[in-house]
Design a protein around this ligand. Structure first.
Ligand code: GLU
Length: 281
């Protein structure tokens, strides 16, 4: 399979003034909050609309590989599951959410890049994914070069959107939304011809009951996306603790179990567990 390397994305897009995410009541600015009774809480940023990775279900529960990784890490940091407060961190909000101290950690399909490392620190990586395309089952788009006169949807502040513009489809008509589920609706109703992001995310959508048979992944490995756990810039103590937790999660088999539980239903063939500190360029 063709493996095309995409260099680190250049200038990511940041909204100038992002509205505060749901994090009322905590002015400690370190992503933790002391609440009476339930013990100290840890605020962790995840995605809410990515089945298999980070999903908030209508009953208010949370599931996905990122959720499981974050839950394991939190436990190693001394927080039980009931001490975790999940916060939605959309792609474009992640750096700001960490800088402001809205959350202590982010586990949200968050690729480690040199550009982001200027603003935040990362533990990991804990998963290697690759950018791909999701198209309708009857689409004739098979290669990235097929996109150049087509309508393509991605998400503001993502490496996926940057890579399209900088590298593999500069002439595509790219429209960026706030989240990938919005792109999925646009793909379904014919507003766009393809949705591009990590294969891990796309596989999760394609496997949803309501979409079965409607979409297909192109199977292109357009980039290497090394998922890291984001922490506030300079918080090396937390980076070290999270790295230790991730190593333990792999060595005790919990990582593999989380992979099977979350990616099995989507038939997503993941890469093996990355080594901490080793970024695949
Ligand atoms: N992993 C890529 C990124 O960090 C795409 C997925 C996302 O937007 O969360 O930008």
């Amino acid at each position: 399979m063709k493996l095309r390397k995409v260099t680190a994305a250049s200038a990511a897009v940041f909204a100038l003034a992002l509205t505060a995410t749901a994090c009322g009541g905590d002015d400690s600015g370190d992503g933790g909050s002391s609440s009476s009774g339930g013990g100290e809480k840890i605020k962790i940023g995840i995605k809410y609309d990515q089945p298999g990775l980070g999903l908030k279900t209508p009953d208010g529960s949370f599931s996905g590989f990122d959720v499981d990784v974050a839950t394991y890490v939190a436990k190693e940091l001394g927080y039980e599951p009931n001490q975790i407060e999940w916060v939605e961190t959309k792609s474009a909000d992640r750096e700001n959410a960490l800088s402001r101290g809205d959350v202590k950690l982010i586990a949200a399909t968050y690729s480690i890049t040199d550009e982001r490392k200027q603003k935040v620190d990362f533990a990991g990586p804990y998963l290697l994914a690759h950018q791909d395309l999701l198209v309708k089952s009857d689409s004739d788009i098979t290669e990235a070069t097929d996109l150049n006169d087509k309508k393509l949807c991605s998400v503001t502040g993502s490496t996926s959107a940057q890579n399209v513009k900088n590298d593999f489809a500069p002439k595509a008509q790219l429209s960026n939304r706030g989240g990938y589920s919005e792109c999925l609706s646009a793909l379904q109703n014919g507003q766009v011809d393809a949705l591009t992001t990590d294969d891990s995310i796309l596989a999760g959508y394609a496997a949803q009951d309501e979409y079965k048979g409607k979409f297909k992944l192109a199977g292109l490995k357009l980039s290497n996306e090394n998922y890291g756990i984001g922490v506030k810039k300079g918080d090396t103590a937390t980076v070290d603790k999270v790295n230790k937790a991730l190593e333990k999660m792999v060595s005790d088999g919990a990582w593999q179990k989380a992979v099977e539980e979350n990616f099995g239903p989507a038939n997503y063939k993941n890469e093996q567990a990355p080594k901490i500190g080793q970024i695949v360029k």
